[in-house]
Design a binder for this molecule. Sequence first.
Ligand code: IPE
Ligand code: IPE
Ligand code: MG
Length: 234
Amino acid sequence: MIENLYKIPNHVAIIMDGNGRWAKRRGLQRIEGHREGTKAVERTIKFARNVGIKYLTLFAFSTENWQRPPEEVNAIMSLLVEYINQKIPLLIENDVRLLFMGRKEKLWDSVLKAMEKGENETARCKSMTTIITLNYSGRAEIVDTVNKILKSGKKEITEEEFKKFMYRPEIPEPDLLIRTSGEKRISNFLLWQLAYTELYFTDTLWPDFDEDEFLKALYDYQSRERRFGKVLDE
Ligand code: IPE
Ligand code: IPE
Ligand code: MG
């Protein structure tokens, strides 16, 4: 048990940023930063599961990230295939369900296959759900949602109904968003879902993110008063 840890967020979303800078500082290729970043992913999933977080969403690749040099994009895609396939047994062992979210278009067949395998093989795991957002952006999700609604023939819609047309309506909204690497922006992540999420920024680069860093974010979250626009009783 970790001392004085209470008020565990149900859903934590993370913008895993700073892999490139981590590598650059060491005179390494950017891809080495991404490779090191996968170790932080594993630590983070295990820790989240062990403290009782129920949903963990990780931003792995944005729709804008295709604009990076092709060598980097290719290396990230290969790393994804390798990593997903390799880690499925560990996820099952930890009773962690894997889901993906984002546009399927443009993703390599081998990536799509690994995604499907990961989702299928962990489908019965219940302790925590990890959602990897891949070829994802918040605006793309909103536009895809609107197009689905138009196809359904609806002429008018409520917020509740809108939500039902989104990629993963069953997943509750994040309580806490963590972004590493010192940047203080959302970079087109979960635009709709983050409406009332608590934001936490750390200068730590993603490959250096560990249990202590995660714990710092959780302690900070504990001290937040979430009002959702209301006045709380004095
Ligand atoms: C985050 O690290 C990983 C991806 C966006 C795929 P970056 O690659 O953005 O690292 P920096 O921001 O350049 O340091
Ligand atoms: C956000 O990081 C996307 C991911 C972490 C996958 P970026 O590095 O792409 O964001 P910007 O370019 O700094 O806004
Ligand atoms: Mg970055």
